[in-house]
Design a binder for this molecule. Structure first.
Ligand code: SAH
Ligand code: SF4
Length: 390
């Protein structure tokens, strides 16, 4: 009888470093640590983000030795696409697997000319529980990593084929308006946006990358110190009493503090810029003349434009979309106060692509979704001029 072989102690499998979510500075540090030259960082970044390479074998201007070395300790791992849907109007939607049976969505919306806006998710679910938001009602599972955030841009670009040297750009604009509150996942979102702006990354202009927030004041101040991107604020109400009900984070950072933070943010931007104010219209809640007048009044000190979003219904939300006439009336009241206030129109209906409230699937550890556990009926609401940055 042969004696049993002694069990060899299991050596822990070392996780490879995913280079996809690294900023230029982080990649440079990575190569220096490997004993390689710093310029390799820009080279590898271009392979990943310009040419959508996901394996080191494709990176033919790296020596074979370096490629082999990279293979042992690093990888380029984009999120796994479980569904790609292309609508008859050109809108494309991807469902990405992010572990634990959860999914997030990203949507690319053609917006006239050569412009294509990608709506990017920052978290799986959201903890802020805005009363009218289907993402909020799903609870919060986890933050996305930088690779999962920039990976959404990677996936969208890949679906068009790699960016050509001619400058062909499948994604011209990015809005952080998918699932989640970007400023609750500050550092990964910042890194991903740096890669969007970086020439060796996606080279998108700073005016065409927009972060949308429900209003986290300290993070907004920090953001203005660290990056220069366009800003959208989910306001939805012209006074604290109403906003406290719709956007609970308002109890912590009331409207006057938020507007002051926006003013500080604009001051830090390198050029003349406006904040986009998002205002979701809910029947009988915030769609009356008094609301329009109060809105115009409180926004006077802030250089801004207003986007009107008719409420996008989902079961048991407790809210209704106002009639078309009421939406037009609201727009008119704002016109009279000097605001053009475009209304977002429906796009990508046939694939349930609703930028601003992508649904995905969240494993709700907070059990919040149990209260709303019904099928959702998303509809897409995106104006062809929205967002009008750039
Ligand atoms: N958390 C961020 C970004 C994601 S939500 C934020 O709140 O800004 C993107 C936009 O869609 C926000 O303005 C949000 O208020 C809006 N939105 C959410 N649910 C909606 C619904 N049911 N109908 C219309 N707009 C909605
Ligand atoms: Fe979160 Fe934005 Fe939805 Fe509020 S509106 S719950 S902040 S995703």
């Amino acid at each position: 009888m042969t004696p049993n072989k002694p069990e060899t102690p299991e050596t822990p499998i070392q996780e490879k470093t995913n280079l996809l979510g690294m900023t230029l500075a982080e990649l440079e540090a990575f190569f220096l640590q490997l004993g390689e030259k710093k310029f390799r960082a820009a080279q590898v970044m271009k392979w990943m983000h310009h040419r959508c390479a996901a394996s080191f074998d494709e990176m033919t201007d790296l020596s074979k030795k370096l490629r082999e070395k990279l293979q042992t300790c690093a990888e380029v791992r984009p999120p796994k696409v479980v569904l790609e849907d292309i609508s008859s109007d050109g809108t494309r939607k991807w469902v990405l697997e992010v572990g634990d049976g959860s999914h997030v969505e990203t949507v690319l919306i053609p917006a006239g000319g050569n412009r294509r806006t990608l709506c990017v998710s920052s978290q799986v679910g959201c903890s802020l529980d805005c009363s009218f938001c289907s993402t909020g009602k799903q609870g919060f599972q986890r933050n996305l990593t930088p690779a999962e955030i920039i990976g959404q841009v990677w996936v969208a670009q890949k679906s068009f084929g790699p960016r050509k040297d001619s400058g062909n750009r499948p994604v011209t604009n990015v809005v952080m308006m998918g699932m989640g509150e970007p400023l609750m996942n500050y550092q990964p979102v910042l890194s991903a946006m740096q890669i969007m702006l970086e020439d060796n990354g996606y080279g998108i202009s700073k005016r065409r990358v927009t972060v949308s927030t429900s209003g986290l004041v300290p993070q907004l101040d920090k953001l203005g110190d660290e990056i220069d991107v366009s800003l959208a604020i989910s306001l939805h109400a012209p006074n604290d009493e109403l906003r406290n009900q719709l956007v609970p984070i308002n109890k912590k950072y009331p409207i006057h503090e938020l507007i002051a933070a926006c003013q500080r943010y604009l001051k830090k931007c390198g050029d003349s810029r406006e904040v986009t104010i998002e205002y979701t219209l809910m029947a009988g809640i915030n769609d009356q003349q008094e609301h329009a007048l109060e809105l115009a009044r409180i926004l006077k000190p802030l250089p801004c434009k207003i986007n009107l979003i008719p409420f996008n219904p989902f079961p048991h939300s407790g809210y209704e979309r106002p009639s078309r006439n009421q939406v037009m009336r609201f727009q008119n009241w704002l016109h009279e106060q000097g605001y053009s206030a475009p209304i977002r129109t429906t796009r990508g209906d046939d694939i349930d692509a609703a930028c601003g409230q992508l649904v995905g699937r969240v494993q709700d550890k907070t059990r919040r979704s149990a209260r709303y556990a019904e099928e959702r009926i998303p509809a897409a609401l995106v104006d062809s001029n929205w967002p009008s940055a750039g």
